[in-house]
Design a protein around this ligand. Sequence first.
Ligand SMILES: C[S@@+](CC[C@H](N)C(=O)[O-])C[C@H]1O[C@@H](n2cnc3c(N)ncnc32)[C@H](O)[C@@H]1O
Length: 204
Amino acid sequence: MKKTIEEHAARFSKIASKYDESQDSEEYRACASLVVHYADPSPDDVVLDLGTGTGAIALALAGDAERVIGRDISEGMLDEARRKAEEVGLDNVEFGEGRFRDPNVDENVDLVVSNFAMHHLSDEEKREAIQVIADLQPRRFVLGDVMFFGTPDPDEPFYSPEVDLPSTVGFLAEALTEAGFVLTAVESVHDQVGVLVAERAPLE
Ligand SMILES: C[S@@+](CC[C@H](N)C(=O)[O-])C[C@H]1O[C@@H](n2cnc3c(N)ncnc32)[C@H](O)[C@@H]1O
């Protein structure tokens, strides 16, 4: 059964202190580094990382961006992210509560990134979230996540039907296009993991 936001938040808060060491798969690392690679911020860019967790992507981008905003539903994960930012002396990253469909951001942003997080939303929730992201007027949205390139297979890694609701690549491509993005890259890391790069033409 679909988990509520509160259930996901509690589940991640419980594992927050051990989360980083548990992300040891080659595919997770490949996906994260592709997201960082395609995000490619400029020094004056404001970047929003949705489902930031312990800040893996936000912290990796902070050195190249003006500012990074990390949003997540799990206070435990956010505490870890804040601790890590302080540890490495980054003061241009801010972590706080925010959801895909209500990111708690009151400004437009230049880039939106998300890694291994959006698959907790249903298809319709993802469609809404993608529109919310588009409304923040980023020039690029880089989505790394569990997504189906072929037939869903719970016996393969990265897809646990009791907690995950990944979409097909086709569904995501359609939702991004509907929201005004143009898909400029599709990377398959695994049959159930990929990175989509979506760009928007700058507004006149
Ligand atoms: C597997 S972790 C990924 C964290 C990080 N992006 C990374 O690459 O390591 C998924 C994160 O998504 C967050 N999450 C789940 N549902 C969310 C939602 N609706 N809005 C924002 N974050 C959400 C969880 O709390 C968790 O921290």
